[in-house]
Design a protein. Structure first.
Length: 122
């Protein structure tokens, strides 16, 4: 019999710098949004790029590492678990949130295009 498992792996880019805060009981937490995309061909034969945004959370020492290493635009691989919670907004409305609580992350290398001068024959 196999065990059930809640595991998420995402590779994408940060939309903004992480937000860091300290909870009332003194725990550090980092929140950031990252975009992933899927490419596919629709029924009309057109190429489609679909972007999804994910709310990501890191706690404790990992939040410190996020604060030190991640910035807007970084390409990152995160691994964690998906969770759902609700909260009450400023207007008293109940809101629902899906978030990825990560246990690890890794910066990804991105290809950088550099224009080099052409060599001339002499």
């Amino acid at each position: 019999m196999s065990a059930n498992r809640n595991k998420v792996i995402l590779i994408g880019n940060l939309g903004a710098d992480p937000e860091i805060r300290i909870t009332p009981n003194g725990k550090r937490v980092a929140n950031f949004n990252m975009a992933t995309d899927d490419n596919y061909t629709n029924s009309q034969g057109e190429a489609v790029k679909e972007v999804q945004w994910h709310h990501v959370v890191a706690w404790g020492k990992l939040a410190e590492k996020v604060e030190a290493e991640l910035k807007k635009g970084c390409r990152v691989r995160v691994e964690g678990r998906i969770g759902y919670r609700s909260y009450e907004d400023k207007e008293g409305q109940k809101r629902y949130l899906t978030e990825i609580t990560i246990g690890e992350f890794e910066l990804q290398q991105t290809a950088v295009s550099v224009d080099l001068p052409q060599e001339h024959e002499t």
